[in-house]
Design a protein around this ligand. Structure first.
Ligand SMILES: [Mg+2]
Length: 373
């Protein structure tokens, strides 16, 4: 039997080149917890999670002090059993938030190890569905000081020029007329065929405010409204689903299959956006996606296409992968040595074993605020 011999974690803090704003937050830097497991078969596995724009060390502590002891000496191929044991160990501190993020990172590392040991790319280990590539949408359209609607439209056109037919932008920060001007400028330049997703980033507080904006946005044919309200305000999500023909998407910071079931039962979303780095890893993502499928709901995971490409490729009801084209907003990619290839708006399935990349020790040394231990 294979045994896990070591579990390590480190915290990196990567500053954003341009501090970035969306409706509810300004982001100056990103904390990430990286994990690595080693097994006595000579293979390792890597995982990671986002720990927030500060305080990411909490996640690293949870890996080292709470969950690593559960894994040491155990068989990395017994993924379901280890998931259940980590979950049980974390019952008081975890179930969502930093400790579930720690569990998620370790679960990803288990899957990465197992696929490396099998010598196959992770999407095949997971029971591949797609054969060559997955459809992406370009994610951008953030607010920056001095950025005009025309600048925004040029940015969206830039995504279309490199082959994307679906683009997501941030909305929800400005007043009605200014927000309308942004959408009008985009439709003026890209036309009506490009799918345009709108991320409200939890900005709306009540249904009456929401409906004022919805009526402004609807004529511009949005593909979905993302995170319109606080993630805990499921009732208003459900009201919005009833009041607009535009699909409502949410779930990027939710954890655990039970929470997603609640969203589905309340009719609070028509698209789920789980993120394997926080929902409970790849193992829990698959349970969530399977539950959604039985409700006739599709999933479109949040960010980190370097990892989600494998999951989308092996999930029949996954529709899109979110692609950030550079590292100005989501900067995880700086830490890895091989980037997935994006061609004509699609992410090609990586062919190296496991996730298909390793960490870059030089870059990690540069950004580490708490080194490997
Ligand atoms: Mg989002």
């Amino acid at each position: 039997m294979t045994k896990i011999t070591a579990v390590r974690a480190c915290t990196v803090r990567i500053p954003l080149d341009n501090p970035t704003t969306f409706a509810t937050r300004k982001v100056l830097a990103r904390d990430l917890t990286l994990v690595e497991i080693e097994a006595d078969d000579g293979h390792k596995g890597i995982g990671f999670t986002y720990g927030g724009s500060s305080g990411g060390g909490i996640v690293t502590e949870a890996v080292r002090n709470l969950l690593a002891p559960v894994l040491i000496g155990e068989d990395p191929f017994r993924v379901e059993g280890l998931w259940a044991e980590m979950y049980q160990e974390a019952l008081l501190q975890g179930r969502a938030g930093s400790v579930m993020r720690a569990l998620s990172a370790l679960d990803i590392a288990l899957w990465d190890h197992n696929a490396r040991a099998a010598g196959m790319p992770l999407y095949r280990m997971l029971g591949g569905f797609q054969k060559e590539s997955v459809r992406g949408y370009a994610s951008g359209g953030y607010y920056l000081d001095g950025k005009t609607p025309e600048d925004l439209a040029a940015e969206v056109q830039g995504f279309v020029d490199i082959g994307f037919d679906a683009v997501k932008i941030k909305v929800g920060l400005l007043g009605l007329r200014e927000e309308e001007a942004r959408l009008a400028a985009i439709r003026d330049i890209v036309g009506g065929d490009v799918l345009l997703m709108l991320d409200i980033s939890n900005a709306w507080k009540d249904i009456e405010t929401a409906m004022r904006f919805v009526s402004i946005y609807e004529p511009y044919d949005p593909y979905f409204f993302e995170e319109p309200f606080s993630p805990d305000d499921l009732d208003n999500h459900a009201r919005l689903v009833q009041r607009t023909n535009v699909p409502v998407a949410t779930g990027e910071i939710e954890a655990g299959r039970w929470r997603f079931k609640e969203i589905l039962e309340k009719g609070a979303a028509t698209i789920l956006q789980p993120d394997a780095i926080c929902c409970g890893g790849i193992t829990e993502f698959r349970r969530i996606a399977a539950t959604a499928a039985s409700y006739g709901v599709s999933v479109a995971p949040h960010a980190y296409h370097e990892m989600h490409v494998h999951i989308v490729a092996s999930t029949p009801n996954a529709t899109f992968i979110e692609v950030f084209n550079d590292d100005t907003i989501v900067n995880f990619r700086r830490l890895i040595d091989t980037q997935p290839v994006v061609e004509k708006g699609r992410v090609l399935l990586p062919q190296k074993p496991g996730l298909g990349y390793d960490y870059r020790p030089d870059v990690i040394a540069k950004y580490a605020i708490d080194p490997w231990a």
